[in-house]
Design a protein around this ligand. Structure first.
Ligand SMILES: [Zn+2]
Length: 89
């Protein structure tokens, strides 16, 4: 994975480790994942999710599509422990 700069690409503010809420609007519903680790800009509040985390999120979104969940809301910290459930197709 490539390192993320500590400088915000939008406003050049400083970024620090924080949490964000990821949402994806699918055609049939939405996927919401809370407490996702991310770099958050202290100035403008933009959040940047690292590649290896983004890949896992992608898997969760795919799983939601397969299961055809209308609303999938989960917490990243809990998901980590139950990750195996989501990898299985
Ligand atoms: Zn910024």
């Amino acid at each position: 994975m490539k390192p993320i700069s500590n400088q915000c690409p939008l406003c050049k503010g400083s970024m620090s480790q924080g949490k964000t809420t990821f949402t994806a609007d699918l055609k049939f519903g939405v996927v919401v994942i809370r407490e996702v680790p991310a770099m958050v800009c202290q100035l403008c509040g933009s959040d940047w999710i690292e590649d290896h985390i983004a890949e896992k999120i992608e898997q969760k979104v795919e799983a939601a599509k397969i299961n055809y969940q209308m609303v999938a809301v989960s917490n990243w910290q809990h998901e980590e422990k139950a990750a195996a459930i989501y990898v299985v197709k």
